[in-house]
Ligand binder design. Structure first.
Ligand SMILES: N[C@@H](CCC(=O)N[C@@H](CS)C(=O)NCC(=O)O)C(=O)O
Length: 219
């Protein structure tokens, strides 16, 4: 009744993790960005841009991670993972849903330049340098304002799933030692039982071949 279309370590992990937090019973259909499995007409019929996540939920088909996360929070409100309209944390919550994709898009562009681009195409060192600086600035802004275990004063929420996932991926491009408060925050998220269960179902990633991708020298 619930099927997640998922690439290991991709944004679909956000939905996987949230569904573990919600205690839902669901299947996972695994894909790879590299093997053409996302280019079939069947998958394109589910996902207009051919991206994950896609969630089939009791006959409905949803795409875009932030939208799916919000729809799940609204469908299962008893979990209280999304502040409702009128709640004190609502504005910060909505900001962080979108901000997580600000970070996500920077990571995606770094992935395109430093992981997926194939010869004879050559990545631009200047563009990578700029993207990397923008990623560090985006993370630094949250490092400066986070002052507890979670993003919202009211406690754990789906915003932590959205942003926590992005922060995990940033380790491939930036030295996370520059963000000590976010590292403590990340360690707290990693210790959540639902996160541990989600990681156990994530699958083996084939996106990154290195642990770290430094900014190349210009020139
Ligand atoms: N804004 C979308 C982005 C989805 C997206 O780009 N997903 C990536 C994986 S993280 C993907 O499916 N890429 C496939 C490709 O680039 O071919 C979301 O948050 O769901």
């Amino acid at each position: 009744m619930i099927t997640l279309h998922h690439v290991p370590l991709a944004r679909s992990f956000r939905v996987l993790w949230l569904m573990e937090e919600l205690g839902l019973d669901f299947d996972i259909r695994y894909y790879s960005i590299r093997d053409g499995s996302m280019r079939t007409p069947e998958f394109r019929a589910l996902s207009p841009a051919g991206r994950v996540p896609v969630l089939e939920h009791h006959g409905d088909v949803w795409f875009e991670s932030a939208a799916i996360v919000q729809l799940l929070c609204e469908t299962y409100p008893q979990a209280r993972l999304a502040p409702a309209p009128g709640d004190a944390d609502r504005a910060r919550y909505l900001e962080m849903l979108s901000y997580s994709e600000t970070v996500g898009c920077l990571l995606e562009n770094l992935n395109l330049n430093q992981v997926f681009l194939r010869p004879p195409a050559t990545p631009s060192a200047a563009v990578i340098k700029l993207l990397n600086a923008r990623l560090r600035a985006a993370l630094g802004a949250i490092e400066a304002r986070i002052d507890g275990a979670y993003l919202l004063p009211s406690g754990f929420s789906a915003a932590d799933i959205m942003f926590g996932y992005s922060f995990e991926l940033a380790r491939y491009y930036v030295d996370l030692a520059a963000y000590p408060r976010l590292m403590t925050y990340r360690d707290g998220l990693r210790a959540r039982p639902a996160y541990v269960r989600a990681k156990a179902r994530d699958g083996a990633q084939d996106i990154y071949a290195q642990d770290f991708y430094p900014v190349p020298e210009e020139g």
